[in-house]
Design a protein. Sequence first.
Length: 473
Amino acid sequence: MPDDKANPTADWTRIAADLAPVEVLDDPVTIKKRSRDFFWYSPILNDQLRRSFGDLVARPKTREELAHCLSVAHAHEVPVTLRGGGTGNYGQAVPVQGGLIVETTAMNRILEIGEGFVRVEAGALMADINAALKPHGWEMAMFPSTQDIATVGGFVAGGSAGIGSIANGPLRENGNIARLKVLSVEADPVEHVFDGDEALRIHHAWGLNGAITEVTLRTVPTRDWVGCMAGFDSYRAAYGAGHALASADDAVIARKLCSVVDTRIADYFPRLDAHVPKGRHLLVTLVPREHLDALRALVAGHGGTLHLAIDEGERQALKLPHVFEFAYNHTTLQVLKSDRSATYQQIGVPDASDAARVEAMRARLGDDVWSHHEFTRWGGLVYAADLPIIWFRDADRLAEINATYEADGFTVYDAHVNVIEGNHMQPDYRHLAWKKRLDPKGLLNPGKSLEWEKVRHLSADEIEALGPARTPA
Ligand SMILES: Cc1cc2nc3c(=O)[nH]c(=O)nc-3n(C[C@H](O)[C@H](O)[C@H](O)COP(=O)(O)OP(=O)(O)OC[C@H]3O[C@@H](n4cnc5c(N)ncnc54)[C@H](O)[C@@H]3O)c2cc1C
């Protein structure tokens, strides 16, 4: 047992008995598996976190069972880490101080589908939500590329943007999260409701300040989406086409994905060999069928060729992955499948329209950094983020790469730290004020907020008064 357990003398046999009738998983292999997420993308976090394990897993099926888990953890003063699909990238769901892992995947009911919204239990998988919405003519306004295995509660607590964000903004865009219901960690847990903007007090707090039970999200009318890949001779041309597509009028090309991938990364996509020629820098997108001609013209106007255009039926017949499995953080995964020495970083581009600056940065970075840009919109403005593949040498070289980006005004949202206040993430005292209210003993996901340790002695109102909100990556 590592010596960093928050409560090394806890009686886990007794805790398991007290958790009844909640399903408990106590075999060591399962506990180890449920203690991991995708932190291994980062060699730095892999060294730091691979020996951190919880003590017991509980799998509640209802809100009442979840409340019982929180009450038992409160009575025994053991840490609680909420867990959905465990696809987070920074060890968000790793119980670094041991304790109870509460996995929500059995709380997965879709409760209500209405005009422009869906109300679901926190453990519902997003692919299941999208499948349930489709016959009603709706789809999620955005979802991560991990939709098949990630929960909506984990996305709201740990994610930020995804497929759809180029049309509908990130999760934090006003209206995307309509309502969250959240349980406190007390002797008798209380359910609190956060509507509209108030939901940002819980969103992207890494499960530090309450257990999300129910999520209401904005939905948008579904369309006949066609997954497309276009090839270009140069990265600059592909990026230019990506920016033009990202900025296009929705009535002309209503894309819900807009990703640009360096040809050296695309060489790690063997599943595409029969469909996309090698040696091409790729633009990866999803457009409605009626906008395919407009996309073809845009691509040709930037010197490219549309190599692949398949709808959902054709994709299934060809047994190909979704095109979004070559975008967002799936791009990194495709490379890691072949070579574990790759890692990545998260970089904010200062001006998405400045292709020359992006190109100059690529030249400055060297051969161990391969670009991959995702375009999103927020408040009507187009943003670009670079999620490059980095061939990891050591921490010093990674720091040098970060410094190269920063020297030209690019922002590094460091993917290699396990605390919520990572590089360039200002502490969000609204999160911590609600932690004080909902988790007064500080049992939820301990060790993930450096700032909490500094302010936990203050009252919730004093913490709230401390200041600025963080802008999540
Ligand atoms: C290949 C790959 C691609 C990805 N693509 C994207 C992407 O496109 N967009 C994106 O934003 N992210 C992406 N991610 C990150 C991650 O998949 C998403 O954030 C995902 O939605 C997390 O859901 P999960 O159920 O796996 O959460 P988990 O990893 O289980 O948990 C994430 C965090 O949320 C907390 N949490 C979980 N459930 C609850 C709850 N009910 N109440 C309170 N806290 C809770 C956990 O404690 C943890 O801190 C990707 C990751 C990988 C590995």
